[in-house]
Design a binder for this molecule. Structure first.
Ligand code: P6P
Length: 328
């Protein structure tokens, strides 16, 4: 690396863009065909375009509800519908995705033409917070199609441990993309001026412990007794409660600061919330389990919109939670 100007003018003249990073990763994998590289670049475009629409939403009346409901009955925000269409078009046009599961689509989408990957996504997770300017995000998980598959539901009803890529793009003051392709976690920040995601956090590892817990305590009385006991003991140990109510934002803080995120009852979806986040956290040295203590990534889904409970984050914090599960 030439670093004369870098040193003299304190400017990084050798920035690593997401595109450069993906290509370097491909070169490190002897068996790589370049197919995943093309898919990841299509994902990158979708995140940039969604970020662009979220940034200008209030200026062009994209805030508010669309007047429709999604496959699971949730009221759709305008940006839910726009984000879903942007994502579907980006995946279809990549010609590398055969199967797509979206929270906003009742049925599996099987694209005509080529493609050897299956993608599961929540295009705009946390959208109920959009009107308040709270960070929202796209969550995604990528599977290889099964050998000989022409695209079927069996390509996505697989345990999360078989994911080949996963992560989220959080849209806030800037856009932050946390990505793993099974070889650790890296975070890229969108530089809007040059239109590139830049590597800003290399090989991220979640702290083993931190006294932060994140969940909606409004449902405390609905939790099993051992969960209530666990939470009460956290308070006695002076843990801090941090809860934004947008999974991507709560997970981004947990990844960087440590702690534990819990949703003990059934709301979050396995294929496009719990699995991608658990895969990412395990790649960063964390752990993800259900409220019953089962590893999230070992669950074999029965349906594409299946719900799961979750306790995910620092390994030390999840292991502390598991002590209460085992006592139940
Ligand atoms: P509650 C947003 O609606 C979401 O799907 C996640 O992003 C978030 O973690 C959770 O639901 C919040 O749920 O019940 O606390 O409002």
């Amino acid at each position: 690396m030439t670093d004369t100007a870098s040193k003299q003018f304190d400017i990084d003249t050798d920035i690593i863009t997401l595109t450069r990073f993906i290509l370097q990763e491909q070169q490190n994998v002897k068996s790589a065909t370049g197919e995943l590289t093309i898919l990841l670049n299509a994902l990158q475009f979708a995140f940039k375009f969604i970020a662009h629409n979220i940034r200008r939403a209030e200026l062009v009346n994209l805030i508010g509800i669309s007047g429709t409901a999604n496959s699971t009955g949730d009221v759709q925000k305008k940006l839910d519908v726009i984000g879903d269409e942007i994502f579907i078009n980006a995946m279809r046009s990549s010609n590398r995705v055969k199967v797509l599961v979206s929270e906003e689509q009742e049925d599996l989408i099987v694209f005509p033409g080529g493609g050897t990957y299956a993608v599961c996504t929540d295009p705009i997770d946390g959208s109920s917070n959009i009107d308040a300017g709270v960070s929202v995000g796209t969550i995604f998980g990528v599977y290889k199609l099964q050998e000989g598959s022409t695209g079927a539901i069996s390509d996505v009803l697989k345990p999360g441990r078989e994911l080949v890529a996963a992560g989220y793009c959080m849209y806030g003051a800037s856009a932050h993309l946390a990505l793993t392709t099974g070889n650790g976690v890296n975070i890229f920040t969108l530089d809007v001026q040059i239109g590139e995601f830049i590597l800003t956090h290399k090989d991220v590892k979640i702290p083993q412990t931190n006294k932060i817990y994140s969940l909606n305590e409004g449902y405390f009385l609905k939790f099993p007794g051992y969960v209530q006991e666990y939470l009460t003991d956290l308070k006695k140990d002076n843990y801090s409660l941090r809860y934004i109510g947008s999974m991507v934002a709560d997970m981004h803080r947990t990844l960087l600061y440590g702690g534990i995120f819990l949703y003990p009852t059934l709301k979050l979806r396995l294929l496009y919330e719990s699995n991608p986040m658990s895969f990412l956290m395990e790649q960063a040295g964390g752990l993800g389990v259900t409220v019953d203590g089962d590893r999230i990534l070992d669950i074999i889904p029965k349906s594409i919109h299946e719900k799961s409970s979750i306790a995910v984050g620092s390994k030390g914090e999840v292991e502390r939670f598991l002590k209460y599960v085992n006592k139940k």
